[in-house]
Design a protein around this ligand. Structure first.
Ligand SMILES: NC(=O)c1ccc[n+]([C@@H]2O[C@H](COP(=O)([O-])OP(=O)(O)OC[C@H]3O[C@@H](n4cnc5c(N)ncnc54)[C@H](OP(=O)(O)O)[C@@H]3O)[C@@H](O)[C@H]2O)c1
Length: 329
């Protein structure tokens, strides 16, 4: 278990490691990338906007002049673009030591992804489900690879989708976000079990940041059709962030702990140790009850395979299939 006050100064040397961080240009992903680079990892910043990623790299280099950073285009809202990203990563990097499934969107109005899935579920879960599967051959090449998937305390309010990923009539964008974050913790834990059963040494760990002031809270306002409502939403989020949130550098600690602390075990879930897990330093936390229904998890997993066209069979879990994409749809 973590000792008191584990912070970024306790991250072990990462020299020689290759880390892929999704959504690395902003918020928690930026801080995760900064601290991994500070400890010598080569960080591939997998982002959807090259200009924003380049700005983010400059900001990291301002703090860590010799940081090893690369950009990789990734749009999680399109499965074809996820496949293209995985192919480019495989061509450039035969070994991946760490994959941080961090990118996310929150409370967006109802929309469908390029593949016809509810947009929050597509970005937060399905894109990462496919990316992770496609990178297993590279992860299998690392002696102690880890996959860290970012969930949220909101996972307690989510339900596992059982009838596909298109969203429901009477859609609630708040509930839909909670569903995606339950999907993230369930994915991390079920992947851990499957990897172990298949005899793989790759670890899958989940983390959540508590409440941290980032750009996440402003994504929905930026898409609002009404300038008045958008302004109101931005102002209330700014106030809430100022009064209640911890800094993004603190919110990044559970994922950094999950990614680098030697004592972390596959299947662990790391969150903050403070009031209602909303802030503080990393500790082992409990997964929500709704993540534990074996029948629902099995159905959810099968639907994720169906939706993405990627089957996590034993060969795939052991990284023995290269860019294996089984079209199930
Ligand atoms: N902040 C919190 O309090 C909090 C609490 C619980 C959980 N989380 C989780 O923490 C993670 C990081 O969020 P954050 O707070 O750091 O928010 P953020 O500052 O908004 O960062 C989100 C990142 O995800 C990227 N992203 C969004 N859609 C994408 C797509 N389709 N393809 C590729 N990248 C995409 C964003 O790229 P752009 O910059 O191009 O938009 C950005 O880099 C999320 O999974 C979120 O659910 C955050």
């Amino acid at each position: 278990m973590p000792q008191a006050r584990w912070d970024h100064t306790r991250i072990p040397n990462q020299a020689g490691k290759l880390a892929v961080v999704t959504g690395a240009n902003s918020g928690l992903g930026w801080h995760i990338s900064l601290q991994l680079a500070r400890q010598g990892a080569h960080v591939v910043m997998a982002c959807r906007d090259k200009a924003r990623a380049m700005q983010a790299m400059d900001a990291i280099r301002a703090e860590v002049p010799d940081a090893r950073l690369s950009f990789q285009a990734l749009d999680l809202a399109s499965l074809d673009k996820v496949r293209a990203c995985a192919a480019a990563l495989a061509a450039a990097h035969p070994r991946v030591d760490l994959l941080v499934n961090n990118a996310g969107v929150m409370f967006l109005p109802y929309a469908l992804s390029a593949d016809g899935f509810e947009i929050q579920m597509a970005c937060n879960h399905l894109g990462h489900f496919l990316l992770t599967g496609l990178l297993l051959p590279q992860l299998a090449q690392a002696p102690a690879a880890r996959i860290v998937t970012m969930s949220s305390g909101f996972n307690h309010y989510g339900r596992l989708p059982q009838g596909g990923f298109k969203g429901q009539p009477g859609y609630s964008r708040h509930r839909a976000y909670c569903d995606t974050k339950l999907a993230n913790i369930v994915f991390a834990r079920a992947l851990s079990s499957r990897l172990a059963r298949a005899g793989s040494h790759i670890a899958s760990v989940a983390a959540h940041p508590g409440y941290a002031a980032t750009n996440l809270q402003f994504g929905a306002a930026n898409l609002s059709a009404s300038p008045w409502l958008a302004g109101l939403s931005r102002a209330s989020m700014r106030l809430s962030n100022a009064l209640l949130a911890q800094p993004a550098s603190m919110g990044a600690l559970p994922a950094l702990y999950a990614a680098t602390e030697p004592g972390v075990k596959s299947g662990d879930y790391i969150g903050p140790d403070g009031f209602q897990e909303s802030r503080g330093y990393p500790k082992l936390v409990d997964a929500p009850k709704r993540a534990r229904d074996a029948d629902q998890v099995a159905r959810f997993w099968a639907q994720s395979e169906q939706a993405t066209g990627f089957r996590y069979d034993d060969a795939a879990l052991n990284g023995e299939t290269d860019q294996r994409v089984v079209r199930l749809r």
